[in-house]
Design a protein around this ligand. Structure first.
Ligand SMILES: NC(=O)c1ccc[n+]([C@@H]2O[C@H](COP(=O)([O-])OP(=O)(O)OC[C@H]3O[C@@H](n4cnc5c(N)ncnc54)[C@H](OP(=O)(O)O)[C@@H]3O)[C@@H](O)[C@H]2O)c1
Length: 260
């Protein structure tokens, strides 16, 4: 039987492509010959980012991934990705008891339950094909306390745990799951959360570039590692993060002020 050779590109689904880590990841994948299915919610930002990615085989979709309907819309439209970059997210600042129920629910869905809904809808097909790659952008907050960002930290921790378990479960099916735990990355995330002061407050050695997060995360994913902590500084401090002395130093350096 003759086999027909096609130049069909592999397909990657990237959520939160319109700025920061997601934009850097999308540019990287476009340069490496992927067909991209991109998701964000702001139309103007998305159009600008899409033009900057410059990839004629790509498409973008607008959806609010903090709602189950938004995730469902995407899983209905985007079929059978070979690679999923579950990156979309915001950070949220607020004392315990000050964030209303709806906002807490949306944040947790965006960072955790929605990522699970997205991944679970594509996994059966990956298993059928006998291959696939999944990257989840969690946060160093998954493994260290973040006072006044407790909802964010707990959602990132839960999705980290999900990814770790899935990684073990699916490794025998040739599907890799890598959870990336970045520290402070220079993106729009902090200004969006009213945390501009962190730009000045956090020492420069604690900031890493989105491109660095992408290169180290992609390298770990290709090596089928289940976790990666991008940046030398964070790799060095990682063993001490749970200890009380280091936690109190960490919290002093990264203290989140009241917005007023
Ligand atoms: N920056 C850091 O220091 C840092 C550290 C650790 C982990 N992370 C994680 O990295 C990921 C990317 O964040 P970033 O730092 O690159 O921030 P960013 O520049 O603000 O980008 C966030 C992206 O997520 C999208 N997004 C946010 N809410 C969405 C929603 N409801 N529905 C659909 N898309 C939505 C945004 O699109 P729209 O603008 O259209 O909403 C944007 O494309 C997040 O999961 C974040 O928690 C960031």
């Amino acid at each position: 039987m003759n086999t027909i050779k096609t130049n069909q590109k592999s397909k990657a689904l990237v959520t939160g492509f319109s700025s920061g880590i997601g934009l850097a990841y999308s540019k990287y994948l476009a340069l490496n010959n992927w067909q991209l299915e991109l998701v964000a919610q702001n139309p103007e930002k998305s159009e600008m980012a899409f033009n900057a990615i410059k990839n004629k085989d790509s498409t973008y979709h607008l959806a609010d991934l903090s709602k189950p309907e938004g995730v469902q819309e995407i899983t209905n439209k985007v079929k059978d990705p070979d690679l999923i970059i579950a990156n979309a997210g915001i950070t949220m600042f607020g004392e315990a008891g000050s964030i209303d129920k709806e906002a807490r629910k949306d944040l947790f869905y965006l960072l955790c339950n929605g990522v699970i809904d997205l991944i679970e809808s594509y996994v059966p097909n990956m298993v059928k094909k006998g291959k696939g790659r999944i990257v989840i952008i969690s946060s160093i907050g998954a493994i260290t306390p973040m006072p006044k960002s407790s909802i964010y930290a707990s959602a990132k921790s839960a999705i980290y745990s999900y990814g770790q378990s899935l990684s073990q479960e699916l490794s025998s099916k040739n599907i890799s799951i890598t959870v990336s735990l970045p520290g402070y990355v220079k993106t729009e995330a902090h200004s969006r959360a009213g945390l501009e002061h962190l730009r000045e407050k956090i020492p420069s050695w604690m900031w890493i570039d989105a491109e660095k997060v992408v290169s180290e995360t992609e390298e770990a994913s290709l090596k089928r590692k289940s976790t990666v902590i991008p940046g030398k500084v964070y790799k060095l401090v990682r063993p001490f993060l749970g200890m009380s002395l280091s936690t109190s130093i960490w919290n002093k350096i990264t203290k989140r002020n009241n917005k007023k």
